[in-house]
Write a protein that binds this ligand. Structure first.
Ligand code: BGC
Length: 746
C-alpha cells in the first residue's frame, strides 16, 4: 500500500502519537504503519549471507527459526574472492530472495574491521583492511539494491568485539577511526547510497554510538551526505530522546509503549523539539516510500541460487599450501576422509546471521560422487576435546591404507558466535592430536579448514597441503571438492593475516580485558599493517592464496594523472591451465612525516587468463590512496613527495615496484625554520642552496666534528645562528631551498 507522497506537509498531518510510533519500530522486524494515511509497515530481516526471515511475533529467542533460504558463503570467505563482480552477483541473488519474501530492508553486510583474531563475529566481517572491506561491501550493496531491496550496512561503527558490546567504549584517535574503522562505511555511503545504516551498540571514546551527534549527524549526514535511514542495532538505544537528538531515526526493535511514551513525553517537556522528531519521521517515511515492499510473497529459483552459492564459494576458497603435488587429487588416489565435520560441516555462523539453509551438500556427500576409492572415519566428536579410542583407531587405520588423507580441521560452533568473543585461536585438542597421529602413519595429508576466523597451525610445516574453506555456505561440499579435485582452479586470497600464534597479534593480552574500555593502542597498525612494521613472521600473509597455475607480472607503468595515479602492467598465465588471479596494488608513503604503515592496499582486480594468455591490467589509484587524516587541520591531506607503488600476488609477494613523486598538494615550503639540520644536510638536492648562502660552512664544521656533533644536528635549522651562521645566510638559504623545490620533481 505505497500510495502516499512523503514531504514535510505529509508529516504535519500526523499526530504526535503516530510520529512516536513511526520512530519506535512496531515489533522485532516491522516498522509501524499509519493505516488512515495508507502508510504500510516495512519488514526487515537479517542477511548478510542469506535471509533469516522470521514469522511475525518472533523474538530473539527464535533465532534459528526462519524461512528456508539459500545460504551463501559467510563474509570472511566472500571477501577472499577479491571479486567485485562475484559479490555484485551474490548481492543480486540476495536481493531477489528478499524481494520475493516481501522484505524491504536487508540487515547487512557487517563491515567492521577484524582487529583481533578473537573477536566473536569475525566470520561475519570481511577483512582487516578497510579498502578491501569497502570495495567488497560496495559491490554487495549495489547488487541487493538493484533488485529493489534496501540494505542496512552495519555495525556503525568500531564494533570490534562482542564481550560487553552494549556498553564498551572503543577508544582511539580520530585519525585511526577515520582511516581504519570509518573508511569502508564512508566509501559505501558516498558511492552506493545504501538505504540505511545500522548504529552499533558500543560507544566511541566514551559516547554511546546511538547518542553520538558527531558520528551520526556531523560525519554521516553532513560530511558524507547520507540521506537514508539511521536505525539502531537491536536494543542499542538507551535513551530514545537523546538518540533522536543525536540523529538516530528509528529505534529497533520497538518496545512500545515505553519508547513511544518517552518520545511523546520528550516533546511535551520540550526536551525533544518537534522539528527533530519530524526530521526522524521524514527519514522513516521516505524509506518506506522508496523501499517498502509491494510484492506478494512468491517462490524464486532456489536451485539456481544454490549454484550461485557454489560459484561464490569456488571463487573464494583459499589454497594456503600445496607441496609435493598433493593437489589436485587424482581420480586414482585412494582417499581416507577423516573428521566428523566432513559429514556435518560447519558452513555458517551462529547468531543473527544464521540461515535455515535450503540444501546443504556435505563434503562427504560430494566425495561420494567422485571416481575415487573412499573411506570415511569421524575420528573425533563434533563438539569437544575428547575422542573415543575406537574412533581414533579407525581413522588412523584408514589413513594408513590410503594414498592421501583429507583431514577436516574445524572450529566447532560452540567456539565462535555472535554475542561472545573467543578465548583461543587453536583447534580443539582432540583434532590436533588425531592429526599428529595420522601424520605419523601417512604424511600425505590435506587439511581442510572450516572456521570463521584465523587458526593457529603449529602443525602446518608437517602438512603438505592446506585448503581454507572458512564458512563456505550450503554448497560447502561441492565447493570443497571442486578445488580438491581440480575441477576448479583455486583463486581465493586471504583477506586477513594468519599469525603464527595469538600472542603475535598487537591486541594480545589487552583485547576484551576491560569491561568498559577497549583501548586501540595499536592505532593504525591493524593486521598486516602491524606485522609489516614489526617484521613479524606470519603463517600466511594478507593477500596470500595459491593456484594450480602460475602467473608472471611484468612491465609496470605508473603515471601521475594530476589527481590519481594510473597503474598498468602485464599479467601472463605461465602455467598449463586456465586460472584466475587477484592482483594487488599497495602504496608505500615516504612523503608524510607522520606515523604510516609500511604499505597499504590501494587497488585490486580479479582476472581470468587461459594457459599462456597475457593481459594488460589497469588499475587507477584515487587521491585517497595517498591521503591521511590530519586532525590538526581536520581533513584528508596529501603530501608532496615520493610514494612506492607495489604490485603483487600477495602482501608478502610483491613482484613489481616503481617510485613516483607526487606534487598534488598546494606548494608547501619544503624547508622551514623548524626543519631539522640533519634532514637538510642529508638532502643532496639542497646542497646548492647551502653553498650559495654560505650555510655549508656550518654543515662542514658539523660533519668534521664527527659523532659528537650528532646532538647538534638534531636541532631545528634556526639554531644555525648559534653555530656561527648569520641571519642573512639563513634567510637566503630558506629562499633558495624553497624556490628550487616548489618546481615539480620526478
Ligand atoms: C545484531 C545485528 C542484527 C540484529 C537483528 C543484533 O543482535 O547485532 O547484526 O541485524 O540483531 O537480528
Amino acid at each position: 500500500m505505497k500510495q502516499f507522497k512523503v514531504d514535510e506537509a505529509f508529516v504535519d498531518q500526523l499526530t504526535l502519537a503516530e510520529k512516536a510510533a513511526l520512530v519506535s519500530g512496531k515489533d522485532f522486524w516491522y516498522t509501524a504503519g499509519v493505516q488512515r494515511l495508507n502508510v504500510g509497515r516495512m519488514m526487515m530481516t537479517d542477511g548478510p549471507s542469506g535471509l533469516r526471515k522470521q514469522e511475525e511475533g518472533t523474538d530473539a529467542t527464535g533465532v534459528n527459526k526462519s524461512v528456508t533460504a539459500v545460504n551463501f558463503p559467510g563474509s570472511a570467505l566472500a571477501a577472499s574472492t577479491f571479486d567485485r563482480e562475484m559479490m555484485h552477483d551474490t548481492g543480486k541473488a540476495l536481493g531477489t530472495a528478499a524481494s520475493h519474501e516481501q522484505i524491504s530492508l536487508l540487515l547487512g553486510p557487517g563491515m567492521n574491521i577484524k582487529r583481533s583474531p578473537l573477536a566473536g563475529r569475525n566470520f561475519e566481517y570481511f577483512s582487516e583492511d578497510p579498502y578491501l572491506t569497502g570495495e567488497i561491501a560496495a559491490a554487495y550493496v549495489r547488487g541487493v539494491q538493484e533488485m529493489g531491496v534496501g540494505v542496512s550496512i552495519k555495525h556503525f561503527a568500531a564494533n570490534n568485539r562482542e564481550s560487553q558490546r552494549f556498553t564498551n567504549s572503543s577508544n582511539m584517535s580520530e585519525r585511526v577511526l577515520r582511516e581504519i574503522y570509518l573508511a569502508a562505511f564512508e566509501k559505501v555511503v558516498v558511492d552506493v547510497h545504501p538505504a540505511s545504516v545500522m548504529v552499533s551498540y558500543n560507544a566511541i571514546n566514551g559516547t554511546l554510538n546511538s547518542q553520538n551527534q558527531w558520528l551520526l549527524t556531523d560525519v554521516l549526514r553532513h560530511e558524507w551526505g547520507f540521506d537514508g535511514l539511521i536505525l539502531s542495532d537491536w536494543g542499542a538505544v538507551v535513551d530514545q530522546v537523546a538518540a533522536l537528538r543525536a540523529g538516530l531515526n528509528l529505534e529497533m526493535p520497538g518496545h512500545s509503549p515505553e519508547s513511544e511514551d518517552a518520545v511523546i513525553n520528550g516533546v511535551k517537556s520540550g526536551e525533544l523539539s518537534m522539528a527533530t522528531l519530524n526530521r526522524a519521521v521524514l527519514y522513516v517515511l521516505k524509506t518506506v516510500e522508496k523501499w517498502g515492499s509491494t510484492q506478494e510473497v512468491s517462490p524464486y529459483p532456489m536451485d539456481e541460487q544454490h549454484t550461485k552459492a557454489r560459484e561464490a564459494a569456488d571463487d573464494g576458497l583459499i589454497l594456503l599450501k600445496n607441496e609435493s603435488a598433493m593437489l589436485p587429487i587424482k581420480p586414482q588416489d585412494r582417499l581416507a576422509i577423516v573428521g566428523a565435520f566432513a559429514n556435518q560441516p560447519r558452513y555458517q555462523g551462529s547468531g543473527s546471521s544464521h540461515v535455515n539453509a535450503y540444501q546443504v551438500v556435505t563434503p562427504l556427500d560430494a566425495a561420494r560422487a567422485l571416481p575415487n576409492d573412499i573411506s570415511y572415519a569421524p575420528g573425533y566428536a563434533i563438539d569437544g576435546d575428547d575422542a573415543d579410542q575406537s574412533m581414533i583407531d579407525e581413522a588412523v587405520a584408514n589413513a594408513q591404507s590410503a594414498d592421501k588423507v583429507v583431514f577436516f580441521a574445524v572450529f566447532p560452533e560452540s567456539m565462535e558466535s555472535e554475542g561472545f568473543d573467543k578465548t583461543t585461536m587453536s583447534l580443539p585438542e582432540a583434532q590436533v592430536k588425531l592429526l599428529n597421529q595420522i601424520l605419523s602413519v601417512n604424511p600425505h595429508v590435506v587439511v581442510v579448514l572450516q572456521n570463521g576466523s584465523v587458526v593457529e597451525m603449529p602443525w602446518a610445516d608437517q602438512v603438505p597441503a592446506i585448503l581454507e574453506t572458512y564458512l563456505a555456505g550450503e554448497a560447502v561440499g561441492e565447493a570443497t571438492w571442486d578445488i580438491l579435485s581440480g575441477a576448479v582452479n583455486p583463486s581465493g586470497k586471504l583477506a586477513e593475516t594468519f599469525p603464527l600464534k595469538l600472542a603475535d597479534n598487537p591486541t594480545y593480552g589487552t583485547f576484551a580485558r576491560s569491561y568498559s574500555e577497549e583501548n586501540y593502542h595499536e592505532g593504525l597498525f591493524v593486521g598486516y599493517r602491524y606485522y609489516d612494521v614489526k617484521q613479524q613472521p606470519v603463517r600466511f600473509a594478507f593477500g596470500h592464496g595459491l593456484s594450480y597455475t602460475t602467473f608472471k607480472y611484468s612491465g609496470l607503468k605508473v603515471v601521475d594523472q594530476g589527481d590519481s595515479v594510473a597503474v598498468t602492467f602485464k599479467l601472463t598465465n605461465t602455467g598449463k591451465r586456465s586460472g584466475r588471479e587477484a592482483v594487488q596494488v599497495y602504496v608505500a608513503n615516504h612523503a608524510s612525516t607522520v606515523e604510516m604503515p609500511i604499505k597499504t592496499l590501494a587497488g585490486f582486480e580479479k582476472t581470468t587468463l587461459a594457459a599462456g594468455e597475457s593481459q594488460l591490467v589497469s588499475i587507477t589509484l584515487p587521491r585517497r590512496a595517498f591521503s591521511w587524516y590530519d586532525e590538526s587541520k581536520p581533513g584528508w591531506r596529501v603530501d608532496n613527495g615520493s610514494y612506492d607503488i607495489l604490485v603483487g600476488s600477495a602482501s608478502d609477494d610483491i613482484r613489481l615496484q616503481k617510485t613516483i613523486w607526487l606534487n598534488w598538494a598546494a606548494a608547501q615550503d619544503r624547508v622551514t625554520l623548524d626543519s631539522y639540520i640533519n634532514d637538510v644536510m642529508d638532502d643532496s638536492s639542497l646542497a646548492p642552496a647551502a653553498a650559495k648562502s654560505g650555510l655549508d660552512a656550518v654543515f662542514e664544521k658539523l660533519r668534521a666534528a664527527g659523532p659528537g656533533a650528532a646532538f647538534l644536528m638534531n636541532m631545528p635549522i634556526r639554531q644555525v645562528l648559534t653555530l656561527g651562521a648569520t641571519d642573512d645566510q639563513l634567510s637566503q638559504f630558506l629562499k633558495l631551498a624553497n624556490r628550487s623545490t616548489h618546481s615539480k620533481r620526478e
